[in-house]
Structures are given as structure tokens and as C-alpha cells.
Write a protein that binds this ligand. Structure first.
Ligand code: LRH
Ligand code: MN
Length: 424
């Protein structure tokens, strides 16, 4: 299903007066509004190909119907999101869930929707039907060299798919680890993983990056071989300049200070990108900004401070991607809300008077530091984010228009109620 531009323009026309009133009020108190608007128009978020259907847990899965049945339909769905907010300009594929049958046709279809291919993801956390050796006891850490070899070859195959599609980065998340004390030699597992990643690194094209994604627990519940930012950074430093860490917000132990981790990884020039989502307990993969919106703002405040300190281009220096799973919400509505939350947090962080904050920090004026941060966080920037969408040709209120044109109902009519998308 596509949403024609005239329907978006008509919708915006109906809401123009209300928007103009709200935007002019918001803009009246912002010194750098034009700079902020341009940064928002340039800021593009990668949509996970594995999160366009209904997710589930081991206890159950409740599909909502109209799910994409192929990579082509997944690209159409991301294209629809991008038409509504002009901030979803890339799709991140997961191999083998989304192996392109015809690279040329898939690239042309993506281009038709204004989409590029973000980082490609390997998968050595499941055994495929045609796989000879099992990853039950890990992949790159495995005690058996043949299993490690199989995992390396899979990652090199994923790079090849990505090169055909114009991607320039590989994300490696390893479910490797142990579930009981004594089960694993932590040192051997790390050394095996490093050796395996070095073979993958050697296969990377010159202009590519590899993102090493860490995770504290699940599916292993005693140790994860790449369990935290320190272990990921150790690997990235040992691998070389094309290797970076990837921060999935849901992959931390409770109360971890993610904004501090981000600040230090940026300082080291080893932060590659993000998997945005939110969580209250574990890797809940909930809508970004739905549980801890203040933390998301603080993360973006750290990001802007760190990126500006290194004169990094906000839109292109890091891989901005969502990684979520939708158990009770419509997948597309959930993704629209995640993109909105990310754009709001980025905008609020752009309003932080970083100079005044540094001065207050220099004076140990703790209360003033909080006032400076919360002045920005408590600013309603939604009209500014909406204005950026308007200027980019998108909808003033993407979710409202999504519902008004009955996207899900039309997708169910087109694809049926029982279709299941590949992915989590
Ligand atoms: C692991 C993870 C990883 C993906 C998977 C779908 O929890 O975050 O990024 O490969 O989810
Ligand atoms: Mn992730």
C-alpha cells in the first residue's frame, strides 16, 4: 500500500492553521530554529526489516494481520513509514531472514521509496535447516574450529549481500556465552571470538565498518562473551579502525548509565551506532521513549556534546537504527512512535545550552546544571519536529494519517489476516 503525496498535502492543509499557531509559539523562543530544522530534515533512522511483523514471546504471539510476506513487501512498508515522516530513510536487513532474490530489482524498489540499505545483520544465533554444524554452544566462541569457520563464512556471505545492495556496514551480535558456572573458559571463548572476528574483519571492503553489538544476558543467562561495552570496545580496539561498538539500549543491566557509556565510546572514537528501543526490565524491545524518555534525552545530550567535540556530522557519522519487537502494538504504528520519540529527544538535546552547562559544571553549580538540562527537556518541541516534516513533504501527524487512511485494514485486505513476516 502506498500513501499518495496529495493525501499527505490534503491532511496537512486541514491541520495547517493549528500547526502554524503552535509552531510560531515554539519557534519564538528558539534562537537557532532554522539550524535545528535542517538537522531534523537531514536526520534519518534505519528501520529493522525484522520488526515489520508482530513479535512474540515464548508464551505467545498474537499476529494482527496484513504482515509483509516478502522482502519486497517489507520495503513497501518502510517506504510507507518514510512517506509519512520523511525520517525513516533506510532499512536494515537481517540475513538469512531477508536474502534478496534479485539485487537489482530490490535496489530499484528501495530507491523508488527513497530508501537506502543500512547495516546488514548476520545471524549465528539460530540453526538454519541447511546448516551442517549447530550453534547450540555458540558460534565464534565455539570450542570446535569448524563451527567457528562456519560462522565466519556466514558473516562474509552477509557482507557480500550488503555490498550488492550498497550497504557499508555489518552488525555482528553474538548470542554466544554460557548458562552455568564452569561451562565455558571465558578467556578461550574471548580469544576464539576475536580470532573469528579478525577473519571477518579481513573480508571487509575498505570503506565498510563492522559494529560489535554487546548484550548483558539472553539467550545465555550466566555469561555473554560480548556482554558489555568494555568487552565490545576491547574487541573493536583489537580488530582495527573499521571496527566499532554498537549500543542497543535494551542490552544493559538494570540502571546502567548509558549516557555515560555513550560519552566515553564517542571520546574514544569507537561508537558506531545504535539500536533504539526502550525497556523496564530486560531486553524488552519496547517503543523507544515509552518507558525512559528522560534517559533518551540524556543520551542525545551526551551524543551532541561528544559529536560536536569531534566535529562529527550528526546525521551521517553514526548508524541510527531501531531494534524493536511488537507484541501488542501494530508494528508500523509502533515504529512511527519510535521515530517520533527519537526526533523529539534529538531536538530537545539540540536546545541544551552546552556552553552554559560547561560553565555551570566548572563552577560545580549542580542545581544550575539540572536547570539547564531540564529547561531543554521540558520544552515542547513537537511543533518543531512537525514543521521539519512539513518542510520535508511528510505528514504533520503521521500516526493520525496512518489511521485515517486505514493502512492496516488495507494491508489485511491485500495480504490476508494470517500472513507472517520473517523475523523475531
Ligand atoms: C539481539 C538483537 C540483535 C539482533 C536481534 C534481532 O537481542 O538486539 O541486534 O540481531 O536483536
Ligand atoms: Mn539489537
Amino acid at each position: 500500500m502506498q500513501i499518495e503525496q496529495y493525501k499527505i498535502d490534503e491532511f496537512n492543509q486541514r491541520h495547517a492553521q493549528e500547526h502554524t499557531r503552535r509552531y510560531e509559539f515554539a519557534a519564538s523562543s528558539l534562537a537557532n530554529v532554522d539550524d535545528v530544522l535542517q538537522r531534523l530534515v537531514d536526520f534519518q533512522i534505519g528501520i529493522p526489516s525484522w520488526a515489520l511483523g508482530t513479535g512474540g514471546t515464548r508464551f505467545g504471539r498474537f499476529p494482527g494481520g496484513g504482515e509483509p510476506r516478502s522482502l519486497e513487501e517489507k520495503i513497501e512498508d518502510v517506504g510507507l513509514l518514510h512517506a509519512l515522516n520523511q525520517s525513516s530513510g533506510s532499512i536494515s536487513l537481517h540475513i538469512p531472514w531477508d536474502i534478496p532474490s534479485d539485487y537489482k530489482a530490490i535496489k530499484a524498489l528501495a530507491a523508488q521509496h527513497g530508501l537506502r540499505f543500512d547495516a546488514v545483520n548476520s545471524n549465528t544465533f539460530q540453526d538454519q535447516a541447511d546448516q551442517s554444524l549447530s550453534y547450540k554452544f555458540g558460534s565464534m566462541q565455539h570450542v570446535d574450529k569448524a563451527v567457528r569457520r562456519q560462522a565466519v563464512e556466514h558473516n562474509i556471505e552477509v557482507i557480500r549481500h550488503g555490498m550488492e545492495l550498497g550497504s557499508d556496514a555489518l552488525t555482528v551480535w553474538l548470542s554466544d556465552g554460557s548458562s552455568f558456572p564452569g561451562q565455558l573458559s571465558f578467556r578461550k571463548a574471548f580469544e576464539n571470538t576475536l580470532e573469528s572476528l579478525q577473519e571477518v574483519y579481513a573480508a571487509l571492503p575498505d570503506d565498510w565498518k563492522v559494529f560489535v553489538e554487546y548484550k548483558a544476558f539472553e539467550p545465555n543467562f550466566y555469561s555473554m562473551t560480548v556482554g558489555d561495552w568494555g568487552q565490545s570496545l576491547l574487541l573493536a580496539n583489537k580488530l582495527g579502525p573499521k571496527a566499532y561498538t554498537l549500543v542497543d539500549l535494551g542490552h544493559h543491566l538494570p540502571n546502567a548509565n548509558i549516557e555515560q557509556i555513550v560519552s566515553l565510546l564517542l571520546m574514544e572514537g569507537k561508537l558506531g551506532g545504535f539500536h533504539f528501543n526502550d525497556s523496564k526490565y530486560g531486553d524488552d524491545d519496547l517503543t523507544t521513549g515509552s518507558i525512559k524518555p528522560y534517559q533518551l534525552f540524556l543520551i542525545f545530550s551526551s551524543l551532541i556534546d561528544g559529536m560536536d567535540a569531534r566535529s562529527m556530522d550528526h546525521a551521517t557519522s553514526l548508524a541510527w537504527m531501531i531494534d524493536a519487537s511488537h507484541n501488542v502494538k501494530d508494528p508500523l504504528e509502533d515504529l512511527l512512535q519510535s521515530v517520533e520519540a527519537i526526533m523529539i529527544a534529538y531536538t530537545q538535546a539540540l536546545l541544551v545550552d552546552q556552553q552554559a552547562l560547561r560553565e555551570a559544571q566548572q563552577e560545580n553549580d549542580v542545581a544550575r546544571c539540572q536547570e539547564i538540562l531540564q529547561e531543554a527537556y521540558r520544552t515542547d518541541v513537537r511543533p518543531v519536529v512537525a514543521e521539519a516534516r512539513l518542510r520535508a513533504g511528510a505528514a504533520l501527524r503521521p500516526l493520525q494519517l496512518f489511521r485515517e487512511v486505514k493502512v492496516r485494514e488495507n494491508l489485511v485486505k491485500e495480504r490476508g489476516r494470517k500472513t507472517v513476516a520473517t523475523g523475531l
